[in-house]
Design a protein around this ligand. Structure first.
Ligand code: NIG
Ligand code: FE
Length: 409
């Protein structure tokens, strides 16, 4: 099956070799008035000039109506699969009760854990599918999804299996992370080490059942210490998991160093990262996965993105979609907040939402840019240029989404 997409105003794509670090993140290739030839699910050619010479009998034509095109967006940090919602804690949050205090009082993550334990597989599937459909409409074509609202093997596996089934049935490609170390369950309050040993035992089972490719830990004051994080991630790595890590979200307690030493694929959040850790990160292949929607919703500081770029760190920007700190599927809004609050340039943001997250998920050879040989995951935006996409905030700019060469939105 051959398709030609013609009448494209401009293609914007990184073509840098990832991890794309520091200033190189702003190197974006612009191709004006191009057309694209897709065969099956692959980009066969990106050309300029008259497309008629490439027409053949069974060829389908798609008029892009002079819209701009970017690669399918890649959101590399979400907690997609959970039950219920947390608007009941919203008034407390507005009144200024800190996130970690709500958690300490048995709310927060533990509230969602309760709801997720009580939900059936199908309820979880349907709720997550609804969010996925929305994400696709915002132009997301690849997604990372974490467990972490079970905190017992059975419920964690239920979440992971929902993610796996969604990956099989839904057009968005899903990459799965086990986050058993998301919080300490209430019943383990005075038996921390026992829970950690439990996670380590469960890692083996999850590996055997091929339910997750990545392991993650929430390393934070009152959650898991750097030492505990090191213990869990060392076992995960030895079992063949690739690593991601919630680090330096609220306090800097040593998580970043643990992650860098263990060659984690990403360090996520990093609002409280130290200068020293930024320097270490710049020398590594680990991606700084920044989540500005979380800062926005928790009324917290933003990660020092400009400083990281100056130091040569490779950055991705992700939504962190979850019921506690980022209840929004609007990934485009996340990118617009990255502009306004992380003070990243539109070109840097494009790299941070395509090529770098692709690298962090080991899929940069197949997606993350508009280049011959890659999958035809393409988004048309109803914007005159890339700057406008980031500047005109809060709405959905999607005009069309092609996933694996098929028009879906
Ligand atoms: O990434 N930081 C930890 N986990 C999520 C929040 C989860 C929740 O509050 O339900 C996050 O922000
Ligand atoms: Fe998170």
């Amino acid at each position: 099956m051959k398709t030609i997409i013609y009448n494209i105003k401009t293609i914007y794509t990184s073509t840098e070799k990832p991890p794309v670090k520091g200033k190189n993140m702003s190197l974006i290739r612009e191709i004006h008035d191009p057309y694209i030839i897709i065969e099956d699910d692959i980009i066969k050619a990106v050309k300029t000039g008259d497309y008629h010479k490439d027409l053949s009998d069974s060829c389908e034509l798609y008029d892009a109506k002079n819209k701009i095109m970017v690669p399918g967006l890649i959101d590399s940090h979400t907690h997609l699969v959970f039950a219920g919602s947390r608007e009941s804690e919203f008034s407390k949050k507005i009144a200024g009760v800190p996130y970690l205090d709500i958690l300490k009082a048995g709310g927060g993550i533990l509230n969602t854990v309760e709801a997720t334990k009580n939900a059936s597989f199908d309820e979880l599937y349907q709720q997550s599918k609804k969010s996925l459909d929305q994400m696709l409409r915002f132009g997301v074509t690849s997604l990372e999804v974490k467990s972490g609202y079970g905190l017992d093997l059975q419920t964690e596996m239920k979440q992971l299996k929902v993610a796996k089934k969604l990956n099989e049935n839904h057009p968005i490609d899903i990459y799965i992370t086990y986050l058993g170390a998301h919080a300490l369950p209430k019943e383990y309050k005075d038996r921390r080490q026992e829970y950690i040993s439990q996670i380590i035992a469960d890692l083996q089972i999850i590996k055997n059942e091929k339910l997750a490719e990545y392991a993650d830990v929430f390393c934070e004051t009152g959650v898991f210490t750097a030492k505990e994080t090191n213990e869990i991630l060392s076992h995960a790595k030895a079992l063949g998991f690739k690593l991601r890590l919630h680090a330096d979200e609220i306090d800097s307690i040593g998580g970043s160093k643990v992650g860098i030493n263990m060659q984690a694929k990403t360090l996520d959040h990093l609002m409280a990262i130290t200068e020293e850790d930024m320097d270490l990160l710049a020398k590594s292949k680990t991606i700084a996965n920044l989540l500005p929607s979380t800062s926005f919703f928790l009324n917290k500081d933003y990660a020092p993105a400009r400083k990281m770029i100056d130091k040569g760190v490779a950055i991705a920007v992700s939504s962190d979609y979850n019921p506690g700190s980022t209840p929004s599927e609007n990934y485009q809004l996340t990118l617009q907040i990255a502009g306004n609050k992380l003070r990243m340039l539109p070109a840097e943001i494009l790299t941070a939402s395509t090529m770098n997250p692709a690298y962090s998920l080991d899929i940069h050879d197949i997606v993350g840019s508009i280049e011959v040989g890659k999958k035809a995951d393409l988004v048309l935006l109803d914007c005159p240029n890339l700057d406008y996409f980031i500047y005109h905030y809060g709405i959905n700019h999607t005009f069309a989404v092609f996933k694996n060469g098929k028009l879906l939105v």
